[in-house]
Write a protein that binds this ligand. Structure first.
Ligand code: AMP
Ligand code: MG
Length: 547
């Protein structure tokens, strides 16, 4: 897992500059073919990786939130005033020297169907900042106004979805999961019209812009679009650029490096999804245009976190009938998406059996990583034999039999005594540390309590056979099982408060989610299971795509 503190020390905050003084590079646009038209109206764009387009200025930008952590990585100081020149840049009202803004051209499979050209319909990339260690970071404004890819939509984003993207990007990073980052959240002072429930009652909502940051926002769907159009030349140019810029360790573009690159994207995607499974993250819209070429979590929309363990759960109400993107399907969808990507790379991989080899890398990496992570969640050095398989299978059955919170269960499992005291303990005493994970702890049927206790006794016996010291096991569990995740109801409470003019919960969540594995006793309330009132409240459990 990444250790953000190591990166942060490279660029002490004291050396940070104002955003307006940061130099910007334009490597992506310099290296790749541009759409020759500069007229900003919706259209099909051919043989181009992007279109030139400037953000549309907004009426009254104000800085609402800032990621100190990412600011430190980039060496950029928090804007001094909520309406400073830097904030105007983050709202799309001002461009800096070196910025050559563009919207990328891509396609994708949405819910299993080829959707043709999609593209950045409301995201505009400004330019690339280069940090002290030479890492390239693209700054992209989401909600910055229409682009040639906006189709019939407005190019804007509402505050609620922007708060969710801002907070979750940073929360995922601190969980140690690859992700795009978020530097700032700016309110625009302009309303945005959205039909949140898709019931024919659109409402005006406050608008906002998130400045997203990543080494690249290129998706699997960028390649699919060129392949679908038979444009092998642009496909190859983009592949060469991505390999040379982001996968230099694979060597110069060649038949071998194309195959190695496909395998590497597959490997990274497998690791990413294994980590999603570990923390109970459900992306919600795993279309091929929402999968990053770098294996990052990208495009935070109707995502959610498993609360009661339910493999069929999806946070996306649009997905409720098919459940294509539910928790348990994510590994399979990753494979499906990579298969589409592999076929898109056909002209580059044809001479080798690179597609099958890459997909095998995905399967093997996912299997291995998932098992490692599940072992770590249980505090075991490794999952070994049939006994362990059985232990895991029974656990999943138990978690599903009565509503049990995924995050709390594993966090508290570390508190179950495994020393001699466990042998004499009653069933009730044994399961006591886990009671907080149950959604109806008082109604736990004696039969379920007995099953859980029996499972714990098998688990304790297994832990005692493990070679590691108890302290090692405890530390491993604490590092694999976060105490704090950005539950939908918490994000929604922050949104409600922000809409009422109070950003304090937003700030608290940002601060708490920076240390998700720490105990933080002052913030115990933010580690609790979802309250009953939130079960069916919009935004608090499931939510629509409207954003
Ligand atoms: P998503 O489901 O958010 O990944 O978006 C799918 C496609 O719709 C992408 O091409 C987006 O750029 C586009 N899109 C989503 N919302 C808007 C909007 N408000 N204005 C313009 N394009 C949008
Ligand atoms: Mg998207």
């Amino acid at each position: 897992m990444t250790d953000p503190t190591i990166v942060n020390h490279l660029t002490p905050a004291s050396h940070a500059v104002d955003l307006c003084d940061l130099p910007f590079d334009d490597h992506f646009v310099r290296s790749l073919p541009a759409d020759p038209s500069t007229v900003n109206h919706p259209r099909q764009v051919h043989e181009s990786c992007y279109s030139w387009v400037e953000p549309t200025p907004v009426r009254a930008p104000r800085l609402l939130a800032w990621s100190e952590d990412l600011g430190n990585v980039l060496g950029v100081a928090r804007p001094v005033a909520p309406t400073s020149a830097a904030v105007e840049v983050l709202a799309g009202n001002r461009l800096l020297p070196g910025m050559r803004p563009f919207a990328a051209c891509y396609g994708g499979h949405q819910f299993g169907q080829w959707a043709g050209q999609l593209g950045d319909g409301r995201a505009i990339s400004l330019g690339e900042a280069i940090d002290r260690v030479g890492q390239r970071w693209e700054l992209q404004l989401k909600g910055a106004g229409p682009t040639p890819y906006s189709r019939r939509a407005d190019g804007r984003a509402v505050l609620r979805s922007s708060v969710r993207e801002f907070l979750c990007s940073e929360a995922m990073h601190h969980l140690g999961i690859p992700t795009t980052r978020a530097l700032s959240l700016v309110t625009t002072g302009e309303p945005v019209l959205r039909d949140m429930f898709y019931d024919g009652n659109p409402q005006q909502e406050p608008g906002a812009i998130v400045c997203r940051v990543a080494p690249s926002f290129v998706r699997l769907g960028n390649f699919e679009l060129f392949a679908a159009r038979g444009d092998a030349e642009t496909l190859r140019r983009l592949a060469d650029y991505i390999i040379e810029t982001h996968f230099p360790e694979l060597g110069p573009p060649s038949l071998e490096s194309y195959a190695a690159w496909f395998a590497e994207v597959s490997r990274r995607t497998a690791i990413l999804i294994a980590h999603w499974m570990r923390v109970g993250f459900v992306h919600g819209v795993m279309n091929t245009d929402n999968l990053s070429i770098l294996g990052l979590t990208i495009d935070y929309g109707p995502y959610g976190w498993l609360e009661p363990y339910d493999p069929g759960w999806t946070p996306n109400t649009t997905d409720a009938s098919g459940r294509r993107y539910c928790y348990a399907n994510q590994p399979q969808i990753g494979l499906w998406n990579l298969t589409r990507f592999g076929h898109a790379l056909g002209p580059l991989l044809a001479a080798t059996d690179g597609v099958e080899q890459g997909l095998d890398v995905y399967r093997a990496t996912f299997e291995r990583t998932y098992r490692e992570l599940m072992a770590a969640k249980l505090g075991l050095a490794a999952l070994e034999d049939a006994y362990d398989e059985q232990l895991l299978a029974e656990l999943f059955e138990l978690l599903q039999a009565v509503e049990t919170d995924w995050t709390i269960f594993f966090r508290k499992l570390a508190d179950v005594p495994v020393d001699g005291s466990a042998d004499a303990a009653s069933d009730a005493a044994l399961i006591e540390p886990l009671r907080a994970a149950h959604y109806a702890p008082d109604a736990l049927a004696p039969r379920h309590a007995a099953r859980l206790a029996a499972w714990l006794r098998s688990y304790i016996a297994r832990v005692r056979r493990d070679p590691d010291e108890p302290a090692v096991r405890h530390a491993r569990m604490r590092q694999a099982n976060p105490k704090f995740v950005l539950r939908n109801y918490l994000a929604q409470q922050a949104i409600d408060a922000v809409e009422g003019g109070d950003p304090s919960l937003l700030e608290t969540l940002l601060a708490v989610m920076r240390h998700p594995y720490a105990e933080q006793p002052a913030h115990e309330a933010l580690a609790e299971k979802r309250p009953e009132w939130a079960r069916h409240k919009p935004g608090c459990s499931a939510l629509s795509c409207s954003s």
